[in-house]
Design a protein around this ligand. Structure first.
Ligand code: URP
Ligand code: ZN
Ligand code: ZN
Length: 466
Protein backbone atom coordinates (compact mmCIF):
# COMPACT_ATOMS: atom_id res chain seq x y z
CA UNK A 1 0.00 0.00 0.00
CA UNK A 2 1.36 3.44 -0.91
CA UNK A 3 0.33 6.93 0.17
CA UNK A 4 1.40 10.30 -1.17
CA UNK A 5 1.05 13.42 0.99
CA UNK A 6 1.25 16.49 -1.22
CA UNK A 7 1.67 20.24 -0.70
CA UNK A 8 2.14 20.22 3.09
CA UNK A 9 4.58 22.24 5.17
CA UNK A 10 6.78 19.74 6.98
CA UNK A 11 7.73 20.64 10.54
CA UNK A 12 10.75 19.03 12.14
CA UNK A 13 12.73 19.72 15.30
CA UNK A 14 15.18 21.73 13.19
CA UNK A 15 13.26 23.51 10.45
CA UNK A 16 10.18 23.70 8.23
CA UNK A 17 9.82 23.37 4.47
CA UNK A 18 7.31 22.66 1.70
CA UNK A 19 7.65 19.09 0.38
CA UNK A 20 5.77 15.95 -0.58
CA UNK A 21 6.09 12.64 1.27
CA UNK A 22 5.82 9.17 -0.29
CA UNK A 23 4.99 6.22 1.94
CA UNK A 24 5.39 2.52 1.14
CA UNK A 25 5.17 -0.53 3.40
CA UNK A 26 4.56 1.50 6.58
CA UNK A 27 7.71 3.63 6.07
CA UNK A 28 8.54 7.01 4.59
CA UNK A 29 10.37 6.15 1.36
CA UNK A 30 10.84 9.58 -0.24
CA UNK A 31 10.68 13.27 0.64
CA UNK A 32 11.04 15.72 -2.25
CA UNK A 33 9.91 19.12 -3.47
CA UNK A 34 7.39 17.55 -5.80
CA UNK A 35 6.60 13.84 -6.10
CA UNK A 36 4.43 12.65 -8.97
CA UNK A 37 4.43 8.88 -8.43
CA UNK A 38 1.17 6.91 -8.60
CA UNK A 39 -0.09 6.05 -5.11
CA UNK A 40 -3.04 4.08 -3.70
CA UNK A 41 -4.01 7.12 -1.65
CA UNK A 42 -3.20 10.78 -2.23
CA UNK A 43 -3.71 13.32 0.57
CA UNK A 44 -3.66 17.03 -0.19
CA UNK A 45 -2.10 18.80 2.81
CA UNK A 46 -2.17 22.33 1.35
CA UNK A 47 -2.31 24.90 4.15
CA UNK A 48 -1.52 22.24 6.77
CA UNK A 49 1.51 21.41 8.86
CA UNK A 50 2.86 17.89 8.55
CA UNK A 51 4.86 16.65 11.53
CA UNK A 52 5.87 13.40 13.22
CA UNK A 53 3.21 11.72 15.35
CA UNK A 54 3.32 12.78 18.97
CA UNK A 55 5.17 10.60 21.47
CA UNK A 56 3.85 10.71 25.00
CA UNK A 57 6.48 9.19 27.27
CA UNK A 58 4.43 9.31 30.47
CA UNK A 59 1.08 7.50 30.56
CA UNK A 60 -0.58 5.21 33.07
CA UNK A 61 -3.10 2.98 31.28
CA UNK A 62 -4.56 0.09 33.27
CA UNK A 63 -2.07 0.84 36.03
CA UNK A 64 -2.09 0.73 39.81
CA UNK A 65 -3.17 4.02 41.40
CA UNK A 66 -1.48 5.46 44.46
CA UNK A 67 -4.63 4.45 46.39
CA UNK A 68 -2.98 1.01 46.26
CA UNK A 69 -5.69 -1.35 45.03
CA UNK A 70 -7.41 0.27 42.04
CA UNK A 71 -6.32 0.54 38.43
CA UNK A 72 -6.69 3.43 36.02
CA UNK A 73 -8.83 2.96 32.91
CA UNK A 74 -7.43 0.78 30.16
CA UNK A 75 -6.23 0.78 26.58
CA UNK A 76 -9.77 1.10 25.19
CA UNK A 77 -9.21 4.85 25.49
CA UNK A 78 -6.20 4.94 23.17
CA UNK A 79 -8.39 5.62 20.10
CA UNK A 80 -8.90 9.07 21.61
CA UNK A 81 -5.14 9.43 22.11
CA UNK A 82 -4.35 8.91 18.44
CA UNK A 83 -7.27 11.17 17.48
CA UNK A 84 -5.39 13.84 19.43
CA UNK A 85 -2.23 13.40 17.34
CA UNK A 86 -0.20 11.07 19.56
CA UNK A 87 0.84 7.93 17.70
CA UNK A 88 3.14 6.35 20.31
CA UNK A 89 2.98 6.20 24.08
CA UNK A 90 5.63 5.05 26.50
CA UNK A 91 3.39 3.53 29.11
CA UNK A 92 4.26 2.45 32.62
CA UNK A 93 4.28 -1.28 33.31
CA UNK A 94 3.84 -1.65 37.07
CA UNK A 95 4.82 -4.98 38.58
CA UNK A 96 1.69 -7.09 38.92
CA UNK A 97 1.17 -8.34 42.50
CA UNK A 98 3.65 -11.12 43.27
CA UNK A 99 5.26 -10.86 39.81
CA UNK A 100 8.62 -9.77 38.53
CA UNK A 101 9.35 -6.82 36.27
CA UNK A 102 9.78 -8.90 33.11
CA UNK A 103 6.67 -11.04 33.68
CA UNK A 104 4.63 -7.91 34.23
CA UNK A 105 5.98 -6.35 31.03
CA UNK A 106 5.21 -9.50 29.03
CA UNK A 107 1.72 -9.71 30.45
CA UNK A 108 1.09 -6.09 29.51
CA UNK A 109 2.22 -6.63 25.91
CA UNK A 110 0.55 -10.00 25.39
CA UNK A 111 -2.59 -9.66 27.50
CA UNK A 112 -3.57 -6.25 28.88
CA UNK A 113 -2.85 -4.20 25.74
CA UNK A 114 -3.39 -6.93 23.16
CA UNK A 115 -6.33 -6.42 20.87
CA UNK A 116 -7.10 -3.07 22.49
CA UNK A 117 -4.29 -0.60 22.04
CA UNK A 118 -4.69 1.80 19.12
CA UNK A 119 -1.27 3.51 19.37
CA UNK A 120 2.19 2.02 19.08
CA UNK A 121 3.80 1.67 22.49
CA UNK A 122 7.02 1.26 24.36
CA UNK A 123 7.19 0.60 28.10
CA UNK A 124 8.98 1.67 31.26
CA UNK A 125 9.37 -0.89 34.05
CA UNK A 126 7.78 0.30 37.29
CA UNK A 127 8.60 -1.04 40.73
CA UNK A 128 5.69 -1.78 43.08
CA UNK A 129 7.29 -4.48 45.22
CA UNK A 130 10.71 -3.65 46.56
CA UNK A 131 12.86 -6.76 46.95
CA UNK A 132 16.18 -8.13 45.71
CA UNK A 133 14.32 -9.62 42.75
CA UNK A 134 14.33 -6.17 41.15
CA UNK A 135 18.11 -6.16 41.11
CA UNK A 136 18.19 -9.66 39.61
CA UNK A 137 15.96 -8.47 36.78
CA UNK A 138 17.45 -5.02 36.14
CA UNK A 139 20.23 -6.49 33.94
CA UNK A 140 17.59 -8.11 31.69
CA UNK A 141 15.40 -5.08 31.02
CA UNK A 142 17.25 -3.40 28.15
CA UNK A 143 17.63 -6.66 26.24
CA UNK A 144 13.89 -7.08 26.67
CA UNK A 145 13.31 -3.75 24.88
CA UNK A 146 12.53 -1.80 28.06
CA UNK A 147 15.57 0.39 28.81
CA UNK A 148 14.01 2.46 31.60
CA UNK A 149 12.66 2.02 35.10
CA UNK A 150 10.44 4.33 37.13
CA UNK A 151 10.78 4.76 40.86
CA UNK A 152 8.49 6.80 43.10
CA UNK A 153 10.07 8.79 45.92
CA UNK A 154 6.49 9.81 46.83
CA UNK A 155 3.38 7.87 47.95
CA UNK A 156 4.87 6.32 51.12
CA UNK A 157 2.34 3.81 52.43
CA UNK A 158 1.36 2.69 48.93
CA UNK A 159 3.07 -0.08 46.93
CA UNK A 160 4.49 2.57 44.59
CA UNK A 161 6.93 4.08 47.11
CA UNK A 162 10.61 3.14 47.12
CA UNK A 163 13.17 4.08 49.77
CA UNK A 164 16.39 5.98 49.04
CA UNK A 165 18.49 2.81 49.35
CA UNK A 166 16.51 1.20 46.53
CA UNK A 167 16.83 4.34 44.43
CA UNK A 168 20.57 4.51 45.07
CA UNK A 169 21.20 0.87 44.24
CA UNK A 170 19.07 1.09 41.09
CA UNK A 171 21.07 4.14 39.97
CA UNK A 172 24.32 2.31 40.77
CA UNK A 173 23.37 -0.59 38.51
CA UNK A 174 21.60 1.41 35.81
CA UNK A 175 24.58 2.57 33.75
CA UNK A 176 26.12 -0.88 33.57
CA UNK A 177 22.90 -2.33 32.18
CA UNK A 178 21.80 0.50 29.88
CA UNK A 179 18.75 1.46 31.89
CA UNK A 180 17.65 5.04 32.50
CA UNK A 181 16.09 5.74 35.89
CA UNK A 182 12.97 7.92 35.87
CA UNK A 183 11.92 9.35 39.23
CA UNK A 184 8.84 10.94 40.69
CA UNK A 185 10.57 13.36 43.03
CA UNK A 186 8.62 14.50 46.09
CA UNK A 187 9.55 14.10 49.76
CA UNK A 188 7.14 11.41 50.96
CA UNK A 189 7.65 11.91 54.70
CA UNK A 190 6.96 15.63 54.62
CA UNK A 191 3.85 15.08 52.50
CA UNK A 192 2.49 12.47 54.92
CA UNK A 193 3.10 14.81 57.85
CA UNK A 194 1.49 17.79 56.14
CA UNK A 195 -1.51 15.73 55.07
CA UNK A 196 -2.09 14.62 58.67
CA UNK A 197 -1.68 18.14 60.00
CA UNK A 198 -4.12 19.62 57.49
CA UNK A 199 -6.76 16.92 57.97
CA UNK A 200 -6.51 17.21 61.77
CA UNK A 201 -7.29 20.93 61.35
CA UNK A 202 -10.45 20.01 59.43
CA UNK A 203 -8.89 20.98 56.09
CA UNK A 204 -10.19 18.03 54.13
CA UNK A 205 -11.27 19.48 50.77
CA UNK A 206 -9.42 18.89 47.47
CA UNK A 207 -7.84 22.37 47.52
CA UNK A 208 -5.67 21.36 50.49
CA UNK A 209 -3.94 18.79 48.29
CA UNK A 210 -1.74 21.60 46.93
CA UNK A 211 -0.95 22.86 50.45
CA UNK A 212 0.27 19.41 51.45
CA UNK A 213 2.85 19.38 48.63
CA UNK A 214 4.47 22.84 48.45
CA UNK A 215 7.32 23.49 46.01
CA UNK A 216 10.10 22.81 48.55
CA UNK A 217 8.80 19.23 48.91
CA UNK A 218 9.40 18.66 45.20
CA UNK A 219 12.64 20.68 45.10
CA UNK A 220 14.20 18.78 48.01
CA UNK A 221 13.51 15.39 46.43
CA UNK A 222 14.69 16.62 43.03
CA UNK A 223 17.98 17.76 44.54
CA UNK A 224 18.33 14.49 46.46
CA UNK A 225 17.72 12.41 43.34
CA UNK A 226 20.27 14.45 41.39
CA UNK A 227 22.85 14.09 44.18
CA UNK A 228 22.34 10.33 44.37
CA UNK A 229 22.68 10.01 40.59
CA UNK A 230 25.76 12.22 40.61
CA UNK A 231 27.37 10.11 43.34
CA UNK A 232 27.31 7.05 41.08
CA UNK A 233 27.76 8.85 37.72
CA UNK A 234 24.35 7.79 36.51
CA UNK A 235 21.98 9.70 34.27
CA UNK A 236 18.61 10.50 35.77
CA UNK A 237 15.29 11.63 34.37
CA UNK A 238 13.03 13.73 36.59
CA UNK A 239 9.40 13.35 35.56
CA UNK A 240 6.56 15.89 35.76
CA UNK A 241 8.54 18.90 37.01
CA UNK A 242 5.97 21.41 38.25
CA UNK A 243 7.75 24.24 40.03
CA UNK A 244 10.49 26.81 39.68
CA UNK A 245 12.48 25.52 42.66
CA UNK A 246 12.81 21.99 41.22
CA UNK A 247 13.62 23.48 37.83
CA UNK A 248 16.43 25.54 39.39
CA UNK A 249 18.05 22.34 40.66
CA UNK A 250 17.80 20.79 37.18
CA UNK A 251 19.15 23.90 35.48
CA UNK A 252 22.12 24.01 37.87
CA UNK A 253 22.90 20.33 37.33
CA UNK A 254 22.72 20.69 33.55
CA UNK A 255 24.93 23.77 33.65
CA UNK A 256 27.57 21.47 35.16
CA UNK A 257 27.07 19.07 32.26
CA UNK A 258 25.55 16.39 34.46
CA UNK A 259 23.34 13.90 32.58
CA UNK A 260 20.14 15.18 34.18
CA UNK A 261 17.02 15.20 32.00
CA UNK A 262 13.57 16.41 32.86
CA UNK A 263 10.00 16.37 31.71
CA UNK A 264 7.09 18.76 31.98
CA UNK A 265 3.45 17.76 31.59
CA UNK A 266 0.53 19.50 29.95
CA UNK A 267 -1.54 20.15 33.05
CA UNK A 268 1.33 21.92 34.84
CA UNK A 269 1.79 24.16 31.78
CA UNK A 270 -1.87 25.03 31.29
CA UNK A 271 -3.86 24.73 34.53
CA UNK A 272 -3.46 26.54 37.86
CA UNK A 273 -4.18 25.41 41.40
CA UNK A 274 -7.41 27.43 41.36
CA UNK A 275 -8.97 24.43 39.60
CA UNK A 276 -8.76 22.58 42.93
CA UNK A 277 -11.27 25.06 44.38
CA UNK A 278 -14.09 24.08 42.03
CA UNK A 279 -17.36 23.50 43.92
CA UNK A 280 -19.20 20.19 44.41
CA UNK A 281 -15.96 18.27 44.91
CA UNK A 282 -15.09 18.89 41.23
CA UNK A 283 -11.67 20.07 42.38
CA UNK A 284 -10.87 16.37 42.91
CA UNK A 285 -10.65 15.94 39.13
CA UNK A 286 -7.52 18.11 39.29
CA UNK A 287 -5.81 16.26 42.13
CA UNK A 288 -2.53 15.11 40.67
CA UNK A 289 1.00 15.06 42.01
CA UNK A 290 2.99 17.21 42.06
CA UNK A 291 -0.02 19.51 42.37
CA UNK A 292 -1.12 22.28 40.04
CA UNK A 293 0.71 25.51 40.91
CA UNK A 294 0.24 29.22 40.16
CA UNK A 295 1.11 31.25 37.08
CA UNK A 296 4.62 32.13 38.22
CA UNK A 297 5.53 28.44 38.08
CA UNK A 298 3.81 28.04 34.70
CA UNK A 299 5.95 30.88 33.32
CA UNK A 300 9.08 29.25 34.76
CA UNK A 301 8.25 25.94 33.08
CA UNK A 302 7.83 27.55 29.64
CA UNK A 303 11.16 29.30 30.21
CA UNK A 304 12.65 25.92 31.11
CA UNK A 305 11.35 24.46 27.86
CA UNK A 306 12.79 27.32 25.80
CA UNK A 307 16.18 26.94 27.51
CA UNK A 308 16.28 23.14 27.27
CA UNK A 309 16.30 22.65 31.04
CA UNK A 310 13.21 20.57 30.24
CA UNK A 311 13.41 18.26 27.23
CA UNK A 312 9.93 16.81 26.88
CA UNK A 313 6.23 17.46 27.41
CA UNK A 314 4.13 14.44 28.37
CA UNK A 315 0.56 14.04 29.59
CA UNK A 316 0.97 11.92 32.77
CA UNK A 317 -2.38 10.48 31.67
CA UNK A 318 -4.26 8.72 34.48
CA UNK A 319 -7.82 7.61 33.77
CA UNK A 320 -9.39 7.96 37.20
CA UNK A 321 -13.16 8.04 37.14
CA UNK A 322 -14.71 11.01 38.97
CA UNK A 323 -18.08 9.52 39.95
CA UNK A 324 -16.53 6.58 41.79
CA UNK A 325 -12.79 6.67 42.31
CA UNK A 326 -12.18 10.36 43.01
CA UNK A 327 -14.93 10.14 45.64
CA UNK A 328 -12.75 7.84 47.78
CA UNK A 329 -11.54 11.16 49.14
CA UNK A 330 -14.93 12.74 49.93
CA UNK A 331 -13.97 13.24 53.58
CA UNK A 332 -10.20 13.52 53.23
CA UNK A 333 -8.28 14.91 50.25
CA UNK A 334 -5.34 12.60 50.98
CA UNK A 335 -7.50 9.62 49.96
CA UNK A 336 -8.28 10.99 46.49
CA UNK A 337 -6.42 8.86 43.91
CA UNK A 338 -3.87 11.09 42.18
CA UNK A 339 -3.84 11.79 38.48
CA UNK A 340 -5.85 13.27 35.60
CA UNK A 341 -6.52 12.22 32.02
CA UNK A 342 -4.71 14.17 29.29
CA UNK A 343 -3.12 12.02 26.59
CA UNK A 344 -5.89 12.85 24.08
CA UNK A 345 -5.45 16.61 24.49
CA UNK A 346 -1.68 17.03 24.90
CA UNK A 347 -0.80 18.00 21.33
CA UNK A 348 -3.44 20.68 20.75
CA UNK A 349 -3.22 22.05 24.30
CA UNK A 350 0.53 22.55 23.84
CA UNK A 351 0.02 24.06 20.40
CA UNK A 352 -2.70 26.38 21.74
CA UNK A 353 -0.93 27.47 24.92
CA UNK A 354 2.66 27.19 23.71
CA UNK A 355 3.04 27.75 19.97
CA UNK A 356 0.01 29.97 19.31
CA UNK A 357 0.87 32.15 22.31
CA UNK A 358 4.50 32.52 21.23
CA UNK A 359 5.97 30.62 24.20
CA UNK A 360 7.75 27.99 22.09
CA UNK A 361 8.51 27.77 18.38
CA UNK A 362 6.96 25.21 16.02
CA UNK A 363 10.35 23.45 15.91
CA UNK A 364 10.55 23.23 19.68
CA UNK A 365 6.99 21.89 19.70
CA UNK A 366 8.02 18.98 17.48
CA UNK A 367 11.16 18.44 19.51
CA UNK A 368 9.54 18.27 22.95
CA UNK A 369 6.37 16.42 21.95
CA UNK A 370 7.95 13.86 19.62
CA UNK A 371 11.65 13.89 18.72
CA UNK A 372 13.16 14.14 22.21
CA UNK A 373 10.86 11.54 23.79
CA UNK A 374 11.78 9.20 20.91
CA UNK A 375 15.49 9.73 21.61
CA UNK A 376 15.17 9.40 25.38
CA UNK A 377 13.23 6.17 25.08
CA UNK A 378 15.48 4.59 22.46
CA UNK A 379 12.90 4.46 19.67
CA UNK A 380 14.55 7.16 17.50
CA UNK A 381 15.07 7.30 14.47
CA UNK A 382 12.28 4.78 13.83
CA UNK A 383 9.90 7.15 15.64
CA UNK A 384 9.97 10.89 16.32
CA UNK A 385 11.02 12.23 12.92
CA UNK A 386 9.89 12.83 9.37
CA UNK A 387 12.75 11.15 7.54
CA UNK A 388 13.32 8.47 4.92
CA UNK A 389 13.24 5.05 6.59
CA UNK A 390 11.22 6.19 9.60
CA UNK A 391 7.81 4.74 10.43
CA UNK A 392 5.18 6.81 8.63
CA UNK A 393 3.57 8.09 11.83
CA UNK A 394 2.40 11.47 10.61
CA UNK A 395 0.07 14.22 11.80
CA UNK A 396 -1.56 16.52 9.26
CA UNK A 397 -2.39 19.49 11.41
CA UNK A 398 -4.81 22.29 10.60
CA UNK A 399 -3.45 25.47 12.24
CA UNK A 400 -6.59 27.42 11.26
CA UNK A 401 -8.95 25.26 13.33
CA UNK A 402 -10.66 27.14 16.17
CA UNK A 403 -12.83 25.47 18.77
CA UNK A 404 -13.18 24.53 22.39
CA UNK A 405 -12.31 21.22 24.01
CA UNK A 406 -15.39 19.09 24.55
CA UNK A 407 -15.36 15.73 26.29
CA UNK A 408 -18.11 14.53 23.96
CA UNK A 409 -15.97 15.20 20.86
CA UNK A 410 -13.26 12.75 21.92
CA UNK A 411 -14.17 10.69 25.03
CA UNK A 412 -11.01 9.77 26.91
CA UNK A 413 -12.03 6.67 28.88
CA UNK A 414 -13.25 8.38 32.05
CA UNK A 415 -16.13 10.73 32.84
CA UNK A 416 -14.53 14.17 32.47
CA UNK A 417 -11.91 16.18 30.66
CA UNK A 418 -9.76 18.59 32.69
CA UNK A 419 -9.49 20.86 29.62
CA UNK A 420 -13.28 21.01 29.08
CA UNK A 421 -14.37 24.35 27.61
CA UNK A 422 -10.83 25.59 27.01
CA UNK A 423 -9.88 27.33 23.79
CA UNK A 424 -8.38 25.04 21.15
CA UNK A 425 -6.26 26.48 18.36
CA UNK A 426 -5.29 23.94 15.71
CA UNK A 427 -6.28 20.30 15.36
CA UNK A 428 -4.79 17.01 14.27
CA UNK A 429 -7.03 16.64 11.25
CA UNK A 430 -5.58 13.45 9.81
CA UNK A 431 -3.21 10.99 11.46
CA UNK A 432 -1.31 8.12 9.89
CA UNK A 433 0.07 5.24 11.90
CA UNK A 434 2.74 3.32 10.02
CA UNK A 435 1.30 4.68 6.79
CA UNK A 436 -2.35 3.87 7.47
CA UNK A 437 -4.89 6.68 7.78
CA UNK A 438 -6.38 6.11 11.24
CA UNK A 439 -7.77 9.57 12.02
CA UNK A 440 -9.80 11.63 9.60
CA UNK A 441 -11.48 14.94 10.27
CA UNK A 442 -10.24 14.63 13.86
CA UNK A 443 -12.04 11.30 14.43
CA UNK A 444 -10.53 7.89 15.05
CA UNK A 445 -11.30 5.57 12.13
CA UNK A 446 -8.68 2.88 12.80
CA UNK A 447 -8.95 -0.44 14.57
CA UNK A 448 -8.54 -1.10 18.24
CA UNK A 449 -5.57 -3.43 18.62
CA UNK A 450 -3.66 -1.86 15.70
CA UNK A 451 -0.86 -0.69 18.03
CA UNK A 452 2.44 -2.57 18.16
CA UNK A 453 5.04 -2.90 20.89
CA UNK A 454 8.16 -0.97 19.87
CA UNK A 455 11.24 -2.18 21.75
CA UNK A 456 13.51 0.61 22.97
CA UNK A 457 17.29 0.70 22.76
CA UNK A 458 19.39 2.08 25.65
CA UNK A 459 19.36 5.86 25.59
CA UNK A 460 23.11 6.37 26.24
CA UNK A 461 24.13 7.21 22.70
CA UNK A 462 21.90 10.28 22.64
CA UNK A 463 23.01 11.95 25.92
CA UNK A 464 25.36 14.40 24.31
CA UNK A 465 22.63 15.74 22.01
CA UNK A 466 20.11 16.48 24.71
O1 URP B 1 -0.85 12.45 40.11
C1 URP B 1 -0.27 11.70 39.40
N1 URP B 1 0.68 12.13 38.63
N2 URP B 1 -0.58 10.41 39.42
C2 URP B 1 -0.05 9.43 38.61
C3 URP B 1 1.10 8.76 39.15
C4 URP B 1 2.28 9.65 39.12
O2 URP B 1 2.57 10.25 40.14
O3 URP B 1 2.92 9.78 38.08
ZN1 ZN C 1 4.49 10.65 39.36
ZN1 ZN D 1 2.70 9.63 36.28
Amino acid sequence: MSTLIKNGCILTAENEYQADIFIENEKISMIADSINLAADTVIDAKGKYVFPGGIDQHTHFDALCNSGDENTSGYEATGSVIAGGTTTIVDYAPQDPGCGLIDSIDRRINERAKGLIAVDFALHALVTEVSDKIFDELPLLAAHGVPSIKLFMAYKGSPLYVDDGTLYKTLQMSTEYGVTVFVHAENADIINLMQKQLVSEGKTEPKYHADSRPPFVEAEATQRAILLARAVNAPIHIVHVSCKEALDAIRDARSQNLPVFAESVTHHLVLTREELERPDFEGAKYVCSPPLRDNSHIDALWEGLRNNWLQTISSDHCGINFKVMKHFGDDDFSQIPNGSPGAADRMHMIWTNGVAKGKISRQRFVEVTSTNPAKINGIYPRKGQIGVGADADIVIFDPEYRGVVKFSDNPNGVDYNVYEGREQIGRSEKVLLRGKLVVDNGKFIGEMGQGQFIPGKPFGSCYQNL
